[in-house]
Design a protein around this ligand. Structure first.
Ligand code: CP3
Length: 349
């Protein structure tokens, strides 16, 4: 035990509304295939889900990016699709193809989902959280996460990833009450999952709504805003002090309503949102996170330097968390991540 008071987390300061120079930074999907040490651990397990649900290995891969880089937060190594798995749906990650699930497309399949067993099946994730938190310095919080109900439902209904989320959109139009039942189950399971991660030691939460951008306004309101608010309310009722970052990817101008109406403490901005718009319409109300293009990070060079400078100039005056606009790409060179950190943190040129 150290006698000196531990330094404050810069991420928590930003989430509390303070502008910091340099801003805190972490990267979505910061643990993953761009790291050789990740690929080495990944090769030891037959399936990606095994990696998520084996605490010893999940702890290791969560910590890997933090050993290499001066990130200001960790994020639990898991996936948004552990929730459908925990509800008893079959979930597999097929090499080179992405996730495959047994589709849930009607009332009978929804009725078969096992809500009561979910917490038990997620216990390995909670164990991972507790073990990681025990290893991290006190000023580096661990972020817990879940997928938003809409985004998770798109995978559950389609049975895989999809270009336009058409199966879920069609089900929501054709049988809104059936789709609502699925969404209600996901709201409850996701809130419980987030609270479980908080109990295990996470001090920040993020809700990934990766496919928010595929919905028109009325559907966005019903399936993104209302459901995210339900989760936020449910989590805040028990853990009012744990900040929640919402990431409604692709929502465009609807991000403003999302920021005002869901109750999230901060908003993650994707690559397509204009910086001045983020500053004027979002950051004027709440802390913002984002939004460097992951392709630019993978590309590097002078274009990366110029863009990072512009982002910092435009958003650095208010509460801001530097991040990508979407997950880091597997082909990203490690030197580019190092360069990014020195550009943001002001290290050697
Ligand atoms: O950020 C982190 O470091 C934590 C880990 C994390 C993963 N997935 C690990 C992962 C997080 C936060 C996620 C979120 C996630 N998963 C989202 C939301 C964010 C986003 O990217 O839009 C979504 C939509 C998923 C679903 C998912 N998981 C897909 C579509 C795929 C296959 C595509 C791919 O990149 O391979 C995954 C697999 C996955 N999740 C990997 C990792 C590291 C790659 C699997 C492998 O190592 O073989």
């Amino acid at each position: 035990m150290s006698a000196t008071p531990s330094p404050q987390s810069t991420l928590l300061q930003a989430l509390n509304g303070q502008a910091g120079a340099p801003p805190p930074m972490w990267l979505m999907r910061q643990a993953g295939r761009y790291l050789p040490e990740y690929r080495e651990v990944r090769a030891k397990v037959p399936s990606f889900l095994d990696l998520c649900l084996t605490p010893e290995l999940a702890v290791e891969v969560t910590l890997q990016p933090l050993r290499r880089f001066a990130f200001d937060a960790g994020i639990v190594f898991s996936d948004i699709l552990v929730v459908p798995y925990a509800l008893g749906q079959s979930v597999a990650f097929v090499e080179g193809e992405g996730p495959k699930l047994d589709p849930v497309r009607d009332g009978a399949a929804i009725a078969k989902l096992d809500e009561t067993g979910a917490d038990g099946r997620l216990a390995p994730v909670y164990e991972t959280v507790a073990r990681v938190v025990a290893e991290l310095p006190k000023d580096v919080p661990l972020i817990g996460f879940c997928g938003a109900p809409w985004t998770v439902a798109t995978y559950m209904v389609e049975g895989s990833g999809s270009k336009d989320q058409a199966s879920a959109r069609a089900l929501a139009y054709r049988e809104p009450e059936t789709f609502q039942r699925l969404i209600d189950i996901l709201v409850e399971a996701s809130a419980r999952y987030l609270l479980g991660q908080v109990r295990a030691g996470c001090r920040v939460l993020q809700i990934f709504d990766s496919w928010a951008g595929s919905l028109p306004e009325d559907q966005f309101e019903r399936w993104c805003i209302v459901c995210t608010k339900a989760i936020v309310d449910r989590v805040k009722a028990q853990s009012p002090d744990v900040p929640i970052i919402g990431f409604p990817r692709g929502s465009g101008p609807l991000a403003e309503r999302y920021a005002q109406e869901t109750g999230v403490d901060a908003i993650g901005c994707d690559t397509s949102l204009p910086l001045a718009w983020i500053r004027d319409r979002l950051q004027s109300r709440l802390p913002v996170q984002g939004n460097l293009d992951p392709v630019l990070l993978a590309t590097g060079g002078p274009a990366l330097e110029t863009r990072v400078k512009t982002i910092l100039e435009t958003l650095g005056q208010g509460p801001f968390i530097f991040n990508l606009g979407h997950g880091i790409l597997p082909e990203t060179p490690i030197e580019n991540v190092e360069r990014l950190i020195s550009l943001v943190k002001g290290g050697p040129a």
